[in-house]
Structures are given as C-alpha cells and as structure tokens.
Design a protein around this ligand. Structure first.
Ligand code: ZN
Length: 285
C-alpha cells in the first residue's frame, strides 16, 4: 500500500469519526475523546424500525479542567438548558440508540457531532466566543449571556440535525451543513415559540458579527459550511419566510434585502415541509 493510500485511509477514518461544525478551522478534534458512558443499545440505522424506541437524548456536563468557564458552566447547569432540550426531544422523537448532549472544555472554539458515540458537544470555548462577540457589539453582560444561550440553542439543534441525518439515515441531497442549519431553524421556529425565534435571531447576529471579523480566505471558500454572511441571510430568510407579516420589519428596515425576501416564504415552506416529512416516521405517536 502506498504512503498516499495510508494517509487517505487515516483521513477517511477521521472524517467518519467526527462531524465538526460551526467553525472551519477546528474540525479535527476530539477524535481521541473517550465516551463518558457507553450507549445502552445500538441499532444500525439500516435496521431501525421507526415505531420502536431504543434510546433517549441524555445529558452529560463534563467537569471543567480550568476555572475559566465556571460562570458559563454554572449558568448552563442552573438553567437546565440541556435537560430541557433533552426532555423536549425525547417527548417528540424515537431513537435507535442513546444520544449524549454534552458541554465540554475542548481547547478550541467548536461544536460537533460524533457519530461513533453518538454525541453532540458544544464547547465552552464556543459559548465564551459568542459571549465576547455579543459584548463587543455593545450588549450588557447580562444581555450578552442571554443572547449567547439563545445562539447556543441554535447550535445544539444544528448538531442534533446532523445526529438525526446519521441515526435515521435520512436522505440529504444538498449540503448537509446547510440542511442542519435549516433543521435547527425549523425546530426552533415551529416548536420552541419565542425561545426558538430568539435562537434564530441570536445565531444570525453571531453569524453577522463573525462575518465582519475578516474577509473570507481560500479555506473559507472551500469549506463545506456556507460563509457566515450567507448563514446570516439564510437564517433571516427562514424567519421572515415563516411569517411574512410578523417579520415584515426585516425587509422594511432593510435588514433582509427585498430581492431575497421575495422568495423566502416559498423557500421556508419547502424546507419546513421537507424536514417534517423526513422526521414524520420517527415522531412519537
Ligand atoms: Zn454542522
């Protein structure tokens, strides 16, 4: 076997182990991270009968290695953000196996889905990044925390979108990263009320603020994630398309260009119906 073939094999292994998200530059880790608890059941997606329920979303708050994120960790635990998300998802969906919703100190700004475990991890570094970004936009500390939690809700559901694609072996014909964004927008807008709308708006704001931090380079353009600016407009388009009367201000205030807004209702309807159809077999009856 040639050296190139060996290298390609390792690359394939890594790609199969981790679906890293949100941040282009931090996708290779944490391949070596050990599962905290082994899944109690494991049913291959191809053998999974939707009417049967073999798992739940479960929560894992990993212990902090440093004191840097103590306040965020306390707020996450006190607000029961993950527990509430797990309860709602468990009430809505059947699963072929357990899925861990995790907070962790990762050593880098990131969020990712790990198919092998399976688990969804949002790193404290990403939460802190959101907090700093919102603070730098002029928000008070309390408001920056509120918006950070809202954006984190969008990120968790983006990663849950990857988990559902993997666990249900859902057919995705386009860019999975974009599909995961639309899954998050769909669940947030259709099922989480004001909290969901706040999550979409906070994520859009984070995308916009991050987009201003530098011009896209070659790796950004080659990345499977859309550019932050595109994710910003897509998020606003989903929200506007869900209720063009309620969110007319997005167009009136020239936040969302009218040229794009004209097609958002049809775009959102198609995205919503697609996700609803894909998830329907797995909804608890
Ligand atoms: Zn993703």
């Amino acid at each position: 076997m040639s050296k190139h073939a060996v290298n390609l094999g390792w690359v394939c292994c890594i790609l199969l182990l981790v679906t890293a998200c949100v941040w282009r530059s931090d996708r290779e880790d944490p391949v070596s991270k050990k599962p905290v608890s082994a899944p109690t059941t494991e049913t291959p997606a191809s053998n999974y009968i939707p009417d049967e329920d073999h798992g739940d979303f479960k929560v894992d708050h990993q212990q902090l290695k440093t004191a840097k994120f103590t306040r965020i960790d306390a707020k996450i635990r006190d607000s029961k953000l993950l527990e509430k998300a797990a309860d709602k998802l468990n009430a809505a969906l059947t699963l072929p196996r357990d899925v861990i919703l995790r907070t962790a100190e990762c050593g880098r700004v990131n969020a990712f889905y790990t198919p092998k475990e399976p688990s969804v991890t949002v790193c404290f570094e990403l939460m802190d990044h959101y907090y700093q970004v919102f603070r730098s936009s002029g928000e008070s500390s309390d408001e920056a925390y509120n918006q950070m939690f809202d954006a984190v809700r969008f990120v968790y559901l983006h990663e849950v979108g990857h988990a559902l694609v993997d666990l249900y072996a859902l057919p995705i014909t386009g860019n999975e990263e974009d599909a995961a964004d639309r899954c998050s927008a769909y669940i947030n807008i259709e099922y989480l009320g004001k909290d969901g709308v706040d999550a979409v708006l906070a994520a859009a704001k984070a995308f916009a603020l991050d987009g201003k931090r530098g011009n896209a380079n070659r790796l950004d353009l080659a990345d499977e994630h859309l550019l932050q600016e595109q994710r910003y407009y897509n998020s606003l388009c989903m929200l506007y398309g869900s209720d063009t009367t309620k969110y007319q201000y997005l167009v009136t205030d020239k936040i969302l260009p009218s040229e794009r807004a004209a097609r958002c209702q049809a775009e959102y309807t198609r995205s919503r119906n697609s996700w609803a159809q894909l998830l329907e077999p797995y909804l608890r009856k």
